[in-house]
Design a protein around this ligand. Structure first.
Ligand code: G1P
Length: 271
C-alpha cells in the first residue's frame, strides 16, 4: 500500500523570478489557495496519509500555511465571523517538513526523505505540475498507485509532449504493455540529442525504497545536479520499471500561460 508521499519544494523557482524572490513558487495563488494545496489535495484523494515536504530556508511561508493560526481563529470567533473558520481548515493528512540546506538537485532532495520513507513504497509529486482530473479520470496519483498495486515496482507518470520540449524532461524508452501502460527499458534526463521517445515523465512517481541505494551512489548528472532520473536509470537495469500515461489536465505553473489557463479553468468550473 502506498501511504507516504514526498513533495520536493526546495528549489529557487528561477522560472518565476522575480516574484519567487519573496513568494515560494509553491505558494503562488490559484483562486485563493496556494498552488501546493492542489497537489496535497491530489495526494489525499489518492489515499496518501503522510506527506513530507522538502523545503529550504526561504520557504517558511509553507510551514506557516499548514499550521493553525490561533490568533486569527480567535479574532474570527470574537467578531461574529465564525462562518469563515471553515476556510482555515487544514488538509486531513499528517504533514512534516525537512530542510534541504544546500540545493543539489531533485535526487538529493528525495534522499532527505529516506528516514521518513523507511522500507515502504512511496509517492513523489513535483509541485510545479498541477494535474486536475477531467470528467471521468481518477486523481493522477491514484492512477499510478493502481498500477503499482499490480506490479509492485517503480511506476512513472508519463505524458506525450511536443518533440521540441523533450529536452526539458526525463524521457523514457517505452514498450507498450496495453493501452496507456508501458514497461520502461531506459530513461534519459534532459536528452540533448535523440530522445528515446516522445513520452516525458511529468512529475508523478511511485518508487520502491530500493531507489535510495541508487541515489546514494550517484554522481551529479544533467545540470551538475543529483538527478532522480539517473537513479531510476540504474534501477531499470536490474528490475522492471513501469509507466502510465496520465489522464487529466496538466498545467505547469512555472509557464505563465499555463498558470493563467489553470486559474481560468478552475474559476469557470467552480460554482
Ligand atoms: C524534473 C525531472 C524530470 C521531469 C520533470 C517534470 O525536472 O528531473 O525528469 O521530467 O521534472 O516536470 P525539472 O523540471 O526539475 O527540471
Amino acid at each position: 500500500m502506498v501511504k507516504k508521499a514526498i513533495i520536493p519544494a526546495a528549489g529557487y523557482g528561477t522560472r518565476n523570478l522575480p516574484i519567487t524572490k519573496v513568494i515560494p513558487k509553491e505558494m503562488m495563488p490559484v483562486c485563493g489557495r496556494p498552488a501546493l494545496d492542489y497537489i496535497i489535495e491530489e495526494a489525499v484523494n489518492s489515499g496518501i496519509e503522510q506527506i513530507l515536504i522538502i523545503v529550504s530556508r526561504s520557504k517558511n511561508m509553507i510551514l506557516d500555511y499548514y499550521d493553525r493560526s490561533m490568533e486569527l481563529e480567535f479574532f474570527l470567533e470574537e467578531n461574529g465571523k465564525s462562518e469563515l473558520l471553515k476556510k482555515l481548515e487544514l488538509p486531513n493528512v499528517h504533514i512534516q517538513f525537512v530542510r534541504q540546506t544546500y540545493s543539489k538537485g531533485l535526487g538529493d532532495a528525495i534522499l532527505l526523505g529516506k528516514p521518513f520513507v523507511g522500507n515502504e513504497p512511496f509517492a513523489v509529486l513535483l509541485p510545479d505540475e498541477i494535474i486536475l482530473p477531467d470528467k471521468k479520470s481518477k486523481p493522477a496519483l491514484m492512477q499510478l498507485i493502481d498500477m503499482y498495486n499490480l506490479h509492485n515496482k517503480n511506476i512513472l507518470g508519463l505524458k506525450k509532449v511536443p518533440v521540441e520540449t523533450l529536452h526539458k524532461y526525463g524521457v523514457v524508452k517505452p514498450e507498450r504493455i496495453k493501452g496507456n501502460q508501458f514497461k520502461i527499458t531506459d530513461i534519459v534526463e534532459k536528452p540533448e540529442e535523440t530522445p528515446p521517445s516522445d513520452l516525458a515523465v511529468i512529475g508523478r512517481y511511485i518508487l520502491e525504497p530500493a531507489i535510495f541505494d541508487y541515489l546514494e551512489k550517484l554522481q551529479p548528472g544533467a545540470g551538475g545536479e543529483i538527478q532522480l532520473t539517473d537513479a531510476i536509470k540504474g534501477m531499470v537495469k536490474h528490475q522492471p520499471n513501469y509507466g502510465i500515461k496520465i489522464d487529466g489536465l496538466r498545467f505547469d505553473i512555472a509557464v505563465e500561460q499555463e498558470y493563467i489557463q489553470l486559474i481560468n479553468y478552475i474559476s469557470s468550473h467552480t460554482e
